[in-house]
Design a protein around this ligand. Structure first.
Ligand code: LLP
Length: 451
């Protein structure tokens, strides 16, 4: 993206990245600003931190939009459905809607927010292994496009909510028996986890019988989501083959040809330079070929493909900015403590994910030191980034920026220690605007009605 050079104010024009500095995991708009800062979307990070305070979450709107376009271009005949759980606010719902994507939601909350922001309900897919009565009622009332049935219990429960004469489109979540994903907590393709209906023990086939027997439900297809942070195409191909096999059996047994097939999301991104990311174009090529061949072999028409990327749409568009509060040397280590941590980013603690913070906002010494960047929350496990290299003159008042902060940070954030959650701003064309304000103590205490 080109920068509007005149609007950078006193810091002067943006420069291309310094030779040797690998900014490959940062938004494409990231540029050096004289004085040692980085600009994202044309907005210097130090300026944004001064204006909005820290910790601060920044979303590069053009990066989100261009990632949506990459999916649309790679999968022109598919429905690309953004997984809102990665991060949702009104602006993000609008961006993905305007880019022609659908939305995957997992609660009445995500659903209501999207629909009240103008998201067409028929482009929304509702998931969840344990949807509440309110989730299901809201989905039926608002007319969501697809509800993905995840258990036998849900079939009659949902059917009972559909008004007589109406038909709710549903898909069935199948466990394909494929192990993939970056951490045990996000592997959802095998029988030993809570999502979906097993192919191996016959639950999926049994659920198909039952759904087809419900006049209020219209089965449009099968769904699977094998896991998250999947770096290679192979497990998707394996899952696809098994789903096509089940589609053929459904056709043979029931004479029903299902028109849709949802392969879920899970496309990996790199959090640090050099880490593997899933190649979306390679995925598209392999999936298209496999769909065509597999369906031809099974004598089935090629179903309409649905994909549900979350992280790969928004993760690399986000940058978190923290201020250093203390620097402490203890037991041979240097601990750089910042004003955020595990409550805005629980991912290092939950999945052992490694981030690469960068000092921004000033020139710094070339000499490096290995440090641990720790958070402000009251537990020893609140480590944002262990063993990272920072300039050895890092000191209180400095700013540290963490790239690839757009997915599963704020959507999983808490108010631990009664610290309000950070604000979110959008940057684009050298302009920053507030999307979600910082959570105040008043916000938090408003719910506390006891005493
Ligand atoms: N579709 C379904 C049915 C899902 O369950 C998920 C993610 C997605 C799509 C989107 O997956 P993505 O493309 O974003 O990987 N909190 C974890 C990730 C949990 C993913 C849950 N389901 C993390 O921070 O890595």
């Amino acid at each position: 993206m080109s920068l509007s050079l005149g609007s950078l104010g006193p810091s002067g024009p943006a420069l291309p990245p310094a030779p040797g500095e690998d900014l490959s995991v940062w938004p494409a708009s990231t540029a050096h600003v004289p004085g040692g800062d980085l600009a994202v979307g044309g907005v210097p990070l130090a300026e944004a931190a001064d204006r909005f305070g820290t910790p601060l979450y920044i979303l590069d709107e053009d990066e989100v939009r261009s990632r949506c376009r990459t999916y649309k271009a790679a999968f022109p005949d598919a429905d690309v459905v953004y997984a809102a759980k990665a991060y949702l606010c009104r602006a993000v719902a609008r961006w993905v809607r305007e880019e022609g994507l659908g939305l995957d939601v997992v609660s009445a909350g995500e659903l209501e927010l999207a629909v009240t922001t103008g998201f067409p309900p028929d482009r929304i897919v509702l998931h969840g292994n344990a949807k509440s009565p309110q989730d299901l009622r809201t989905a039926v009332r608002l007319g969501v496009g697809r509800i993905v049935i995840d258990s036998g219990t849900e079939i009659a429960r949902l059917a009972a909510l559909v008004p007589p004469g109406d038909r709710q489109k549903v898909m069935l979540r199948v466990v394909p028996g494929v192990s993939a994903g970056g951490h045990a907590a996000v592997r959802t393709g095998t029988d030993d986890q809570k999502f979906g209906l097993s192919l191996t023990d016959g639950s999926a086939q049994h659920a198909v019988d039952r759904v087809l027997g419900q006049p209020g439900l219209a089965l449009t297809g099968l769904h699977c989501h094998i896991g998250s942070q999947v770096t290679t195409v192979k497990p998707y191909v394996a899952a696809l083959r098994r789903l096509i096999g089940l589609m053929a059996r459904i056709r043979d047994q029931h004479g029903v040809v299902l028109p849709e097939l949802d392969l879920g999301g899970g496309h990996a991104v790199a959090y640090r330079p050099g880490e593997p990311a899933l190649d979306i174009t390679a995925l598209a090529t392999r999936i298209r070929a496999e769909l065509a061949e597999g369906c031809a072999r099974a004598d089935l028409p090629v179903p309409r493909l649905i994909l549900e990327p979350g992280r790969a749409v928004i993760g690399p568009a986000g940058v978190a900015v923290y201020r250093v509060l203390t620097v402490k040397r203890t037991a041979g280590r240097t601990l750089v403590a910042v004003d955020g941590g595990m409550s805005d980013n629980p991912r290092p603690a939950l999945y052992g994910v490694r981030y690469l913070p960068r000092l921004v906002g000033r020139e710094h010494s070339a000499a490096r030191a290995l440090v641990d960047v720790v958070g402000r929350y009251c537990e020893a496990g609140d480590v944002l980034a262990a063993d990272v290299s920072l300039p050895d003159d890092v000191r209180p008042g400095d700013l540290l920026a963490v790239p690839v902060a757009g997915a599963y940070h704020l959507s999983m954030a808490s108010t631990y220690n009664l610290v309000g959650r950070p604000p979110v701003i959008a940057v684009s064309a050298a302009t920053a605007r507030l999307l979600v304000r910082r959570e105040s103590l008043a916000d938090m205490t408003a719910r506390d009605v006891g005493a």
